[in-house]
Design a protein around this ligand. Sequence first.
Ligand code: FAD
Length: 579
Amino acid sequence: MHTVVETDVLIVGSGPAGASAALALSTYGVRNMVVTRYAHLADTPRAHITNQRTMEVLRDLGVEQDVIDRATPQHLMGNTTFCTSLAGEELGRVRSWGNDPLVQAAHELASPTRMCDLPQHLMEPVLVNAAVARGTDLRFSTVYKSFVQDEDGVTVTVEDRLRGDEYAIRAKYLIGADGGRSKVAEDAGLPMGGQMGVAGSINIVFEADLSKYTAHRPSTLYWVLAPGATVGGIGAGLVRCVRPWNEWLIVWGYDVTAGAPDLTEEYALAVVRRLIGDDEIPVSVTSSSAWTVNEMYAESYASGRVLCAGDAVHRHPPSNGLGSNTSVQDAYNLAWKLKLVLDGVATPRLLDTYDAERAPIGKQIVTRANQSIAETAPVFEALGGFSPQTPEQMWANIAARKDATEDGRKQRAALREAIAFKVYEFNAHGVDLNHRYVSDAIVPDGSPDPGYPRDPELYHQPTSRPGSKLPHAWITSGTRTLSTLDTVGRGRFTLLTGIGGDAWVRAAAAQPLDIATVVVGPGQEYEDPYGDWANVSEISDAGALLVRPDGYVAFRRSDAAEDAVRLLTDALRRILGHD
Ligand SMILES: Cc1cc2nc3c(=O)[nH]c(=O)nc-3n(C[C@H](O)[C@H](O)[C@H](O)COP(=O)(O)OP(=O)(O)OC[C@H]3O[C@@H](n4cnc5c(N)ncnc54)[C@H](O)[C@@H]3O)c2cc1C
């Protein structure tokens, strides 16, 4: 082995987790390098739902508009449609991804951003291009092999697949963002809960103009119940829109105990034809691949100087669209902490909070995504159940919902209820946004936990209590209207206060690190003409919120304080791991 290359942070993997870690680090001016196995980024659509929290992260990192320009907009994600084939009978729909009028209002109230649908093969280039433009050293065709860590850093052995040799990279920290089969997490000995391979799935990517069956009921997902499908499978599949309305991905289940079927083009075409239900439509299959549904999460995300993010530490099915969202958010939580530790502003104890804050969320989303799969069963049951019945019986069950009988009425009601219950997968605003952190980088203010008066999975419930994301409110600065979220981020802490909060402003200026100050009130740089901020801030004009670079409230005082300098200094000492 020859050559030792040096960097501050080495990232293994260029998926959503690795690419956004690189982007955030480069944005903050941290020297970083990405090694990635293949000569290309993701070449299939994979993850696609991009939720509001991820869009907020991308907004802060300056790529929100690039994503919007490439994405399918929210209004075209409007439904999840259940049918017997795209050309066949429709069984019902559930308004999805923020398109129910009430949920849409909740989305508008929660964030300056909108959900969108950007498949992974289009998202990764946005993240990676921006990261490289800002300084990331990216090495394709470079495979992580092993690491050794000591007190000062990590030495990583990689294989250059072009030259066929190995070399060493010396970094202060290593981020394992190497996906669901993470070797970094394995080598780091991260403890895992749950299990891999709980079910089998096949992705088939194809092109076909399906506008005639889809444009009038725009959906990201069309669930097809296909009793008696003559191709191996469990009789149910998902037709997912990649680009409206001519690029598609089918997710087709297979019996994992029997192993994946042989993915010939003939097999793929048969599945596609069955789910479309119209053989006249020209179809071109682009690729097919088998994967397994996993239910696994790491109990801990770090071992010394090795930190893992994304699917490396949470592996789950695509339900609820949480895969790349959670991966981007992991990276965003980690990047500013690494920056402050590398700059010597914080001690390495700040990095312990990465694990404390993100591991509970990883476990929660793995559980939610798997639960959403189980919650599709009542839709099948409302139609009389599938196996072990014959296909003929199943078709008769599906037809029976049209009967003018008491049984028919009951079946219609059961089907409506089962489909409506799928809001927990397709409109779970709380799952996307209600992340509240408890760690040493959060200073409790002694207020009682407000809990969740409404269903925490369905409804976003903002609060400024330390550990929560800064509530969004529209404020103004001169002629500009901006979100409170636009006043924070960019790698800096921000102190928000109002008229009468001068002592807090002075206290922020007295700190050894750069803290932005935002004073909201009449005649100030920022004004609150709608009174939105006054309604959601949960502090008086003379109170203060100290917001971390990732937009989370770290410290709150609801009113003026005589000893603002001491209070803020003590809070920052705790947050930065000096206590
Ligand atoms: C084939 C496939 C299909 C999927 N389909 C869907 C879907 O339909 N819907 C959905 O929501 N989610 C899907 N997912 C999951 C989704 O892609 C992940 O949740 C998301 O990408 C997680 O991001 P990540 O950055 O953690 O990992 P990944 O996107 O998996 O990225 C891992 C990165 O690490 C690199 N890498 C791995 N090992 C090494 C190594 N030893 N050395 C160097 N580089 C390495 C890889 O090349 C890749 O760049 C799919 C995943 C795969 C693999």
